[in-house]
Design a protein around this ligand. Structure first.
Ligand SMILES: Cc1cc2nc3c(=O)[nH]c(=O)nc-3n(C[C@H](O)[C@H](O)[C@H](O)COP(=O)(O)OP(=O)(O)OC[C@H]3O[C@@H](n4cnc5c(N)ncnc54)[C@H](O)[C@@H]3O)c2cc1C
Length: 393
């Protein structure tokens, strides 16, 4: 990729690299990694990016976007990932914001977008319900119009970071008599401090708390918080899902993880040899690298389509499937490398300068990583989308 960059691109790359190195401190990185300080750390980092004007590269310039070319966006994301800097919180900046920008009223744009840009509001996504995951149109959470308010009753599940959120964007049923369920759904923006909302934690297999159930009991929501037209929410939700899947592909971060695996595998011991010298390990590594490179080009193609006014569309399903499969393959390699280091430690064969942090990271990534082929719409369902929209089956 590097060789394709123009001189201006390389100057931009140097500028980005310098800014990130100067502003993303080790202390900030540690705060983001600790559950207790995760939110304040992310907000602090996003505010630094906001001050520089770089927090929302994918937004149109009129709303505060950077106006970068695709290549510049690509460079920025690669530099960020190379330095191990986390992505910005996607629920506000990358999911609800494009929906408000495209379908929201002038008031909604003026009220919500600047606060998302400045990280003053933390958002979460209220789509899934116990009986409505893959079959999202089956949502049962009801919003009944009462004067200039809706009264909302129901429950959402798997809501990432709802316990930290100020706002939730929700799919709710507003017309149970619609001929097709998709025609009776609306897209509501709900203040998480509204009376009648209860957040119940769900602890995931990695032992962490990011998931939640959110209960709505007679929650009153102003009608002005309905995005676009009532009962047209399905159209807006689909546009958002395409953006979400593109975000999940995570090509730049996968590249960093793979480099990390390689660095550790070059030091680990298998019968006195680095794991990197093992033919079977080399084969697995090469397979993943080739897939990752192919995915990178696909991502650039999708980004180019979006930049010329298109929507990511069904191609985002390809990115989601391949991106998450590659992430899981890398996480499995990580566990294997960490495992070898574990036995090396037991035999007192090697120093421990790499081991504990890497092993812990590998464990958490491997455990949570199993969910990647489920969230954002399961990979099986993405295959159905590809079959219909791309292959015409
Ligand atoms: C870690 C994590 C974070 C999440 N965060 C959020 C969030 O912030 N907000 C939110 O709204 N949701 C979130 N989700 C929910 C996620 O979007 C759903 O789990 C997902 O859409 C699958 O729905 P489900 O769990 O109900 O499974 P189901 O729909 O019950 O599916 C069960 C299995 O059946 C398969 N299946 C279902 N239908 C078909 C079909 N038609 N063809 C082939 N196979 C099929 C699926 O692939 C899956 O393997 C999160 C999930 C996870 C795991």
């Amino acid at each position: 990729m590097q060789t394709l960059f123009s001189e201006q691109d390389i100057a931009f790359q140097n500028e980005v690299r310098q800014f990130l190195v100067d502003n993303f401190s080790t202390e900030l990185s540690e705060r983001i990694q600790s559950p207790a300080t995760f939110k304040s750390g992310v907000i602090e980092w996003q505010k630094i990016l906001h001050k520089k004007g770089w927090v929302a590269p994918s937004w149109p310039v009129e709303f505060g976007g950077t106006g970068w070319s695709d290549t510049q966006k690509f460079i920025f994301d690669n530099e960020r990932a190379r330095l191990g800097i986390p992505v910005t919180n996607p629920f506000g900046l990358k999911m609800v914001a494009p929906v408000i920008q495209t379908f929201g009223s002038a008031d909604q744009k003026a009220r919500f977008l600047p606060r998302i840009l400045a990280s003053d509001d933390w958002w979460c996504q209220g789509y899934s319900e116990p009986g409505a995951g893959s079959d999202l149109a089956a949502v049962k959470t009801r919003a009944v119009r009462n004067g200039d308010e809706y009264v909302v009753n129901g429950a959402k599940i798997w809501t990432t970071n709802a316990h930290l959120a100020d706002w939730i964007f929700c799919l709710v049923q507003t017309d149970p008599n619609a001929t097709r369920p998709q025609q009776g759904i609306s897209f509501l923006l709900i203040d998480m401090t509204s009376p009648g909302i209860k957040v119940n934690p769900i602890i995931s297999i990695d032992g962490r708390h990011s998931l939640n159930e959110v209960e709505f009991n007679e929650v009153r929501v102003p009608v002005t918080n309905c995005v676009g037209e009532e009962n047209k929410g399905w159209t807006y939700a689909k546009a958002l899902l395409a953006h979400e899947r593109t975000v999940i592909a995570g090509v730049a971060d996968a590249t960093r993880d793979l480099n990390l695996v390689k660095a550790h595998a070059s030091k680990e011991l298998v019968d006195g040899r680095p794991m990197l010298d093992e033919p079977d390990f080399q084969r697995r590594l090469a397979e993943i690298e080739i897939e990752l490179m192919a995915l990178e080009y696909t991502e650039l193609r999708v980004l180019a389509a979006v930049a010329t006014g298109g929507s990511p569309g069904a191609e985002s399903s390809i990115l989601k499937i391949k991106g998450t499969e590659i992430q899981q393959a890398i996480q499995t390699l990580m566990m294997d490398v960490a495992g070898v280091f574990g036995s090396a430690l037991a035999d007192d064969l090697s120093g421990d300068d790499l081991g504990h942090d890497f092993g812990d990271r590998a464990r958490v990534r491997y455990m949570y990583g199993r969910a990647a082929t489920i969230y954002g719409g399961s990979n099986e369902v993405q295959k159905n989308i590809i079959a219909k929209a791309i292959l015409g089956l």
